[in-house]
Design a protein around this ligand. Structure first.
Ligand SMILES: Nc1ncnc2c1ncn2[C@@H]1O[C@H](COP(=O)(O)OP(=O)(O)OP(=O)(O)O)[C@@H](O)[C@H]1O
Length: 320
C-alpha cells in the first residue's frame, strides 16, 4: 500500500493555473526529490500535500486518510505530515531547550535521540538569537520531528547553507530516514543534492509534472532540454548536424550529449579543434569545434591546449 497518493491535483490562484493535474504515489521509505525552475510550482505542491493549500480539484491521501485542505479544516495541516518551509520561524530570545519542550510528548531518552540525530546536543543552552542559519534550521527540524510524523516535506533545505552546514544537514536527513524511518520528499535546485540521494525524481515545469523516474533515467534520458538542464550541462545538436557524428534520427529530434559521454583521442574519424579550456579542480571543460558544431566536453586529462587538433568519440546518445 502507498504511504502517499496524490491524485490529479490542480491549484489555481486568481484564475492562473499553479499546479495542473499532478498525480504520483510514494511508498513508505521511498526518497523523492522534486526538481524544477523557480516558479514551476514545487513549493505549492508540497504545501498542498501538507494540507496547507486548498486544491481546486484532486485528492491527497496519506495511507487511507484524506488530507484535508484549509477550507475543510479549522487548523490547517495533517498530524502525520511535517513541512519545513523555506521561511521557517523560531521564537526569539528563548533557550533552545525551551523551544524544544518535548517533555509532554517525548521521554527523556527520545528527546536525547532527537537532539543527537539533529546534531544540536551542544546548543541546548544557547538562545535562539545566538544561532547560525544552519543551526536554527536543525532546531526547527527537531521541533517538527518531535511529533513523529510519517512524512517529512523539506522545501529547499540546502539553500543558503555553507558547505559545512550542508554536509551536517545531509547526515541529519540520512538519519531521519534510516534511523527514525520517516519518509521524505525534498525540493532542491542542485543536482548534486538530488541525484545521489533520491530513489525517484519528479520534474516540474510550469505547474506540470513532466517527468518522473530514477535519477539515472532522468539524467540520461531527460524528456526535453529543460529537464536535461536541471541536472547538468549538455550539448544539444540539431538533427541535421548529427550526421557529423555518424548518427541519424529521422524524427527530426535533436541529439543530446552529456559532456562526459564524449571522449577525446589522438586518432579517430571525427576531427575537431580545441577552442577553449576551463579548469574545475577535478576535471577540465573543453570547447571543441567539430564542423559547425561547438561541443562541450568534460575531461580529466590535463593534456590539451587551445588550438590542438583532437578526435572525438561519442558514447551514450539521447534524442529530444
Ligand atoms: N498565493 C499565491 N498567489 C498568487 N500566486 C502564487 C501564490 N503562490 C504561488 N504563486 C505563484 O505560483 C507559481 C509557483 O510558485 P511556487 O512557489 O510553488 O514555485 P516554486 O517552484 O516552489 O518556486 P521557487 O523555487 O522559487 O520556490 C509562481 O509563479 C508563484 O508566483
Amino acid at each position: 500500500m502507498n504511504l502517499l497518493t496524490v491524485s490529479d491535483i490542480s491549484v489555481q490562484e486568481s484564475g492562473i493555473p499553479i499546479l495542473q493535474n499532478i498525480s504520483f504515489s510514494q511508498q513508505e521509505g521511498q526518497k523523492i526529490a522534486i526538481s524544477g525552475e523557480t516558479g514551476s510550482g514545487k513549493s505549492t505542491l508540497l504545501q498542498t500535500i501538507a494540507g496547507l493549500v486548498q486544491p481546486d480539484s484532486g485528492t491527497v491521501y496519506l495511507h487511507d486518510s484524506l488530507v484535508e485542505g484549509p477550507h475543510d479544516k479549522l487548523v490547517p495541516g495533517h498530524p502525520e505530515i511535517a513541512y519545513l518551509s523555506q521561511q521557517f520561524e523560531l521564537p526569539q530570545f528563548l533557550r533552545v531547550e525551551q523551544v524544544l519542550q518535548y517533555s509532554n510528548s517525548l521521554t527523556e531518552e527520545e528527546a536525547a535521540r532527537l537532539y543527537e540525530i539533529c546534531h544540536i546536543q551542544h546548543l541546548a543552552k544557547r538562545k535562539t538569537n545566538q544561532l547560525s542559519g544552519g543551526e536554527r534550521q536543525r532546531i526547527a527540524l527537531a521541533r517538527l520531528l518531535s511529533s513523529w510524523p510519517s512524512l517529512l516535506l523539506l522545501d529547499e533545505p540546502f539553500s543558503n547553507l555553507d558547505m559545512g552546514h550542508k554536509s551536517t544537514l545531509k547526515a541529519v536527513i540520512r538519519d531521519i530516514s534510516e534511523e527514525l524511518g520517516i519518509t521524505l520528499i525534498l525540493i532542491s535546485h542542485d543536482p548534486l543534492d538530488t541525484l545521489s540521494w533520491a530513489d525517484e525524481i519528479l520534474v516540474m515545469q510550469q505547474g506540470k509534472l513532466i517527468q518522473q523516474g530514477t535519477p539515472l533515467h532522468i539524467y540520461q534520458q531527460p524528456v526535453n532540454a529543460y529537464a536535461a538542464s536541471l541536472f547538468g550541462k549538455y550539448n544539444l545538436i540539431p538533427a541535421e548536424d548529427a550526421a557529423l557524428f555518424g548518427l541519424q534520427n529521422d524524427s527530426g529530434k535533436q541529439l543530446l550529449l552529456r559532456p562526459e559521454t564524449i571522449r577525446l583521442s589522438p586518432s579517430g574519424t571525427i576531427a575537431g579543434i580545441v577552442t577553449d579550456i576551463h579548469f574545475f579542480g577535478s576535471y577540465y571543460e573543453l570547447a571543441v569545434q567539430v564542423g559547425e558544431v561547438k561541443l562541450l566536453i568534460k575531461s580529466i586529462q590535463p593534456d590539451y591546449a587551445i588550438g590542438d587538433k583532437v578526435f572525438v568519440e561519442v558514447g551514450d546518445v539521447w534524442w529530444v
